[in-house]
Write a protein of this length. Structure first.
Length: 147
């Protein structure tokens, strides 16, 4: 990772410029070209340095449904269960926690009914009880990790 990669990652955490050609505006800001920046972003994703790049949607405002959920996965099954969740289109992301409920994930579905079905399907698929933690209140936390 070089200086331009770092500056690109830092800048992307703040969002893309809301203009007709955001990559050109970003390139001017970072003294590069849009082609170079898109290539670097692709490489950072391909190498696993970045795991995700994309928009964040407020699914409730789009009449969808989501929840935070957790599983208590035996260590010897952790990677297999993670792969099972990763294969489900409803699972936005999952991660390990140092807790009895050690696998946490976010589910996003078109309707509350679809969400209930997805939760049941995950319990059936994994054979593990699921902890469902639906949102009670919205908080916005501006999070930035300088690189």
């Amino acid at each position: 990772m070089d200086d331009l990669d770092r500056r690109l990652i830092n800048r992307l955490q703040l969002g893309l410029p809301l203009v007709r050609h955001p990559w050109q505006a970003l390139a001017a800001e970072l003294d590069s070209s849009s082609h170079e920046l898109l290539g670097r972003l692709h490489d950072l994703l391909e190498d696993g340095m970045l795991t995700r790049f994309g928009p964040m949607f407020d699914i409730e405002r789009l009449d969808g449904a989501f929840t935070l959920a957790a599983l208590a996965v035996p260590e010897e099954r952790f990677e297999d269960v993670a792969e099972q969740l990763h294969a489900l289109p409803e699972v936005a992301h999952n991660y390990r926690r140092e807790h009895a409920w050690n696998m946490w994930f976010v589910l996003a579905c078109a309707t509350e009914h679809d969400l209930s079905e997805a939760l049941h399907r995950i319990e059936t698929l994994t054979g593990l009880p699921l902890l469902n933690l639906p949102k009670e209140e919205t908080y916005h936390v501006g999070l930035h990790f300088p690189v």
